[in-house]
Ligand binder design. Structure first.
Ligand code: AQP
Length: 335
């Protein structure tokens, strides 16, 4: 089997409205990487159901993530865009990896601890074993690189551990050890209400996040109300880590404008946050409005979205199936 040298896999859950963290931490980077890599972009619905999803809205959310990929600039003709549950090889390899990963490794996953909180006895088994399925998502394509936000770094390290253990146990070099691509100035976008919490679909406060479906008025309002401290913008980066809300807004600005944090600070040094927020709102609207309107257009033609996903499914299966067969052969299953 020919091994790829530059292949990307990344996924986004259809578990709610996509937000600026998903866009700046992941989707925006997918757009620039498509020129250089062979790309597999997956709507990870099997991951989404590790917590409750309303069956009446899940299909729509799945199409909406697809629309967001395309509206952000991912070319559906050149890249493979597909739905995880439509490619059964993910779940099959996921089971095999459940038998490779160790309980101790999964017990150390901070995202599980954050999401389960005090309720860990009552959450789904899927939420606990989520990272082994994520390893399968990546390795079923022998992906070499994985663009993700900083929050997924630990899961990717686990993927590398699983690949390494499988290769060691079966004395093979079949699985690549994939590299994370954590890119841009906003690798961890924080909540607009609390600079110590990441911006997230599941945060109960709407004002904590900017969504790709927000109107220009919503965006402006949310940025205006975003929490800041009483100080003006700093003169340089020194001590910025002690001002998480300021650091967050400056990083968002830098990432949206494709510039560095240093350059934003230079432009706004000593200015009041009210001035900065106005410019940040204008910048956000100018960058997000075209995406939102294209998403709305795409969502009005469901058959087009479904045709992209069907083609993506076929392409994905054509790559995934031989990898699954080879894995089973290495393990010693009857063919
Ligand atoms: N706040 C964030 N900053 C930067 N990147 C982020 N990502 C998510 N939140 C941020 C990146 O977006 C990609 C898709 O994420 P996901 O949909 O698979 O799930 P998630 O990380 O669990 O995202 P949410 O929005 O926080 O959902 P809930 O609330 O359901 O947990 C990933 O590459 C992720 O790194």
């Amino acid at each position: 089997m020919e091994k790829p040298t530059k292949r990307i896999l990344s996924g986004v859950q259809p578990s709610g409205d996509l937000h600026l963290g998903n866009y700046l931490g992941a989707i925006k980077n997918f757009v620039s990487l498509q020129k250089e890599y062979e790309c597999f972009f997956c709507v990870v619905d099997l991951h989404a159901i590790t917590v409750w999803q309303d069956p009446k809205v899940l299909a729509n959310k799945t199409r909406e993530v697809t629309a967001a990929f395309i509206a952000s600039g991912i070319d559906p003709k050149k890249n493979n865009i597909f739905v995880q549950s439509q490619v059964p090889q993910h779940a099959q390899l996921g089971w095999l990896f459940n038998c490779v990963a160790r309980m101790g490794w999964l017990n150390r996953m901070t995202q599980f601890k954050d999401k389960a909180g005090k309720n860990s006895e009552n959450v789904s088994v899927g939420l606990f074993s989520y990272p082994t399925l994520m390893a399968a998502d990546i390795l079923i394509y022998l992906a070499t690189h994985v663009p993700v936000g900083d929050d997924q770094k630990q899961h990717l390290e686990l993927t590398r551990d699983i690949a390494q253990k499988f290769n060691n146990d079966f004395k093979t070099d079949f699985f690549p050890i994939p590299e994370p691509l954590i890119l841009g100035e906003a690798t961890r976008v924080m909540s607009l209400r609390d600079g110590s919490k990441k911006m997230s679909k599941s945060d109960p406060s709407d004002y904590s996040r900017i969504m790709l479906t927000d109107t220009a008025e919503n965006i402006t309002q949310k940025i205006k109300k975003a929490k800041t401290d009483p100080e003006p913008l700093p003169q340089d980066k020194t001590g910025l880590e002690k001002r998480p809300e300021a650091e967050n807004l400056i990083s968002i600005f830098a990432s949206l404008q494709d510039t560095s944090i240093e350059s934003v600070i230079k432009d706004y040094a000593g200015k009041e946050f009210s001035t900065f927020k106005k410019d940040l709102a204008d910048l956000s609207v100018s960058k997000l409005e075209p995406i939102t309107s294209e998403m709305n257009k795409l969502m009005s033609d469901v058959s087009y979205i479904d045709s992209i996903l069907n083609q993506g499914k076929e392409n994905a299966i054509a790559v995934a199936e031989p990898v699954l067969q080879k894995t089973k052969e290495i393990i010693g299953f009857l063919s």
